[in-house]
Design a protein. Sequence first.
Length: 335
Amino acid sequence: MLRIHFTSDDLSRIRLTPRADIMWEILLSSYRLRHSAGTVLFGEWRRAVTPRLATDALALTALAPPVGYAVDFLTPVGAGQTLAEGTEALRGTTRTRLRNDLEELSRRHPGRPLPGWTRDLADGSPEALTHLADSVTGYFSTALKPYWRAIQLQVTRDHDWRRNTLDERGWEAVLATLHPSAQWNYPELRLAFPADHDIHLEGRGLILQPSFFCWGPPTTFLDTELTPILVYPVERSVDWYASTQRTRHSALAALLGKTRARVLELVAVGSCTTTQLAGRAGLPVQTASNQVTVLREADLISSRRHRNTVIHTITTLGEALLEGDTPGPRSSSHV
């Protein structure tokens, strides 16, 4: 049971966050990839993402076991709205926080030895922190970035509903509807939790953070000295994943043609040679090469020689086109 203890000042200091927190979604989505629960909501996303994850996820999963405690420093307080801000906050984690959280992780998972690089992380090594930040960035790019707008839409809808509840019925009604297990009886909010855990707000207020990938009861930090936050699951549309595919594929196909749009998406999954790209797309090598030439001329991908091979990588313009942030190149013809 999680018990959050309010003072008379804390109700006026509750903050209802309007947007998804990138670092919390990274952490919580890593659990959704390792558990079968929520297949109706996450099954298609899980099947699409899992084969594309390489070593990017290893550092993250080492610090967040499938069940139980995950280090608090993976979700920095006040990390900002962008991935760059989140990873910068991660790089700025103090040595004391790193060491304390990693020691706590070892204590709570005695049969799960930590990889050797975490020793450097516990010492505050800038290289180890950069390695972790790069791993988080790679994970986000593969697992969340293609779907981020849909995720934000679900969170925004939840926020708007709770804001209306607040206006009509007050904070008590908001707190009582955060989760089916929520029991509000001033000055205490009780919620289902894996273990007994008490948070005494003592005038610090409480951040209510909606989360798309939070599944089951709400979650929070283990360290009660950190800024109090309650991360709770939002209501999600069953067709959220399908909507991302319909929007993305139809728009790209209309602009580039189905084959070329598919090639661009596959290059975005990860840098590759023409032969690797042909294998991913199920195309003859010559056809893949022709598509690459057109996309490169449109500045949607770049190619560089590495020894005896040529590696293709998506450009910033190509990424923006996939995300719908810019109109595509006007010179591309349809296939």
